[in-house]
Design a protein. Sequence first.
Length: 265
Amino acid sequence: MVIKLFNMFYTLKENAKALVAATREIGLEGSADKITYMVMSRDQNAGRIQSVRTDNSTFKRVEEFKHLGTTSTNQNFIPEEINSRLSSGNACYHSVQNHLSSRLLSKNLKIKIYRTIILPVVLYGYETWSLTLREERKLRVFENMVLRKIFGPRRDEVMGEWRRLCNEELNDLYSSPNIVQVIKLRRMRWAGHVARMGEERGVYRVLVRKLEGKRPLERPRHRWVDNIKMDLQEVGCEYMDWIGLVQDRDRWRTLVRAVMNLRVP
């Protein structure tokens, strides 16, 4: 274990030196306060190294950082990214909630506001998400909150009191595909593009190919390709080679539409 940690520390230090040398060659001088690094490893002992020092610069280790709007963690947990997206979507929702509850705007216009302003914020980079039922439920809860603001309460004809709309009523009123259906649609489309890229492309190797070596003795994580197989299972194609199905564009398009039309509770 000591040798392993030493090798990792030596590699980090060499990479830090290479970074400093590369920036100096092109006339840039990096700020040590703004440059950080992150170690992605299942080994919990990897976190013992808190900083790397080279020459006069010290690079701090972080457990997560945001790059191009996407939050990455040292354990590569998708739930952290989902929570970050929902937090940004919630802030966007509160900025326009007065318009969503206004009587001056029609329901169709309010739905357009949701689909063009709020939804893209929540679903940034969602084609590569590997979702479990728990994450799907979180996304549906957020969407139902926005839809309740759009459609407002309903008056009970028997009791004469105003009440919130239940989920089934929201599904009937909202004619567009819900947020989970949108994710499945775009994820399947993206899967088609990835599978047709070929094994020489980096995206294909990351998302499709199996890792070499032995995995740890624990339950395997839910992968992106597992979502694709689950979606195909729902339309009766679980035993088919989806990589081969993708090559037939027309057939794959039909499967994508079938997956999107599945009713998500």
